[in-house]
Design a protein around this ligand. Structure first.
Ligand code: ATP
Ligand code: MG
Ligand code: FE
Length: 355
């Protein structure tokens, strides 16, 4: 089957065409991403501006994805679009675009949970069987999940305050580095001294698998205030120290979950990291060292599939289509976008929009 995917939940307008073969392998025929630059002056994503920009770009991005895949004359079997969670205006635009395409061609429309896209993204490029432990680290989420199959997710832990990506973005904003913060902090950290600041180790003694980033954020702010005005070296050192602390925290909590993870007999442990923050090289290095020490395998999608993209949405849609068959068009056309949509919700919930 060949499926068109559409992603509009935050500030990237994205479309992709993916082909899933009978043996379960997939081919990404196109992957178009337009990142909105309209938010730069505001220090964060402005929902109304994002929605308007999605309206302006959605058709173009879809057309380019179809052109690049050589599918402008038909041949698409289904359309999948992010239907939540995310900024509601943007999600609405993506869903409307997908529904219009599906209706005009009389093909199925499949609503996809954005987090499920991230959760399955390692399977775009790698042989990554179930079950696996998933560290989902993005702009809005920081979670550890057990993934037992498509649609089968159990949440083990989550952040009790800020998400990891949010902490990178706030650190960058505080230091005047611009947005999105993750890549800026990583670049600044390259010439920094990660040992200069003694930042807190969050939840070190706390059992369970939850995360916390607000203490780190406060420590960074206090360090910056104390040193103001900041030299370039100060900024680099703060970024390096923050990045090191974030990597250690993520690794420490993941290690706990690995220790308790039940691996089927005869199998080995697999850790998948996904979401925009999984693009971070120091975090990848820390998790690589952890996984090596435990004899597990680490699977990380290439960076372009870690941050928001439509290939992962097409893949999630294709997997559901194969597993459950095509949902009746009249049913999915009636679905509303969802601002909140937990990944570990009862599977029956996925076709009942409006939450
Ligand atoms: P969610 O998926 O939770 O709805 P989102 O879609 O905005 O949120 P993603 O697109 O998956 O999140 O990731 C964006 C986040 O990833 C931003 O917070 C960004 O700063 C962060 N990020 C991107 N690249 C890096 C990097 N190299 N290092 C650290 N963080 C990064
Ligand atoms: Mg984004
Ligand atoms: Fe995302």
């Amino acid at each position: 089957i060949t499926i068109l995917g559409i992603e509009t939940s935050c500030d990237e307008t994205a479309a992709a065409v993916l082909r899933r073969h009978g043996d379960g392998t997939t081919e990404i025929l196109s992957n178009i991403i337009h990142t909105q630059d309209d938010h730069a002056a505001f220090g964060g994503v402005v929902p109304e501006i994002a929605a308007r920009a999605h309206v302006e770009k959605a058709d173009q991005v879809v057309t380019r994805a179809l052109e690049e895949a050589g599918m402008t004359d038909g041949g698409i079997d289904a359309v999948a679009a992010t239907s939540g969670p995310g900024l509601i205006g943007g999600v609405m635009v993506g869903m409307m675009t997908a529904k219009a395409y599906a209706l005009s061609r009389a093909i199925p429309f499949i609503p996809v949970n954005h987090l499920e896209g991230h959760a399955l993204s390692a399977r775009l490029t790698e042989d990554c069987p179930f079950p696996y432990l998933l560290l989902l680290v993005s702009g809005g989420h920081t979670q550890l999940l057990r993934v037992d199959g498509v649609g089968r997710y159990a949440r083990l832990g989550t952040t009790i305050d800020d998400a990891a990506g949010e902490a990178f973005d706030k650190t960058a904003k505080l230091l005047g580095l611009g947005q999105p913060g993750g890549p800026k902090v990583q670049a600044a950290a390259e010439t920094g001294d990660a040992t200069r600041f003694d930042l807190p180790r969050p939840l070190l003694k706390r059992p369970g698998y939850d995360f916390s980033f607000s203490g780190l954020k406060t420590a960074v702010r206090l360090a910056a205030e104390e040193l103001a005005p900041l030299s370039d070296q100060d900024i680099a050192d703060i970024c390096a120290s923050f990045q090191r602390a974030a990597a250690k925290h993520l690794a420490a909590r993941t290690e706990r979950a690995m220790t308790d993870f039940e691996i089927p007999a005869g199998d080995t442990g697999r850790l998948v990291i996904a979401g925009g923050v999984a693009a971070n090289t120091e975090i990848r290095a820390a998790l690589t060292a952890l996984v090596d020490s435990k004899g597990w395998t680490l699977l990380v999608p290439p960076s372009k599939y870690c941050t928001d993209n439509a290939a992962m949405i097409a893949l999630a849609g294709a997997e559901h289509l194969v597993a459950e068959g095509a949902p009746p068009l009249a049913e999915t056309l009636a679905l509303a976008p969802r601002a909140r949509w937990p990944l570990d919700e009862n599977p029956e919930g996925r076709r009942h929009g409006g939450g």
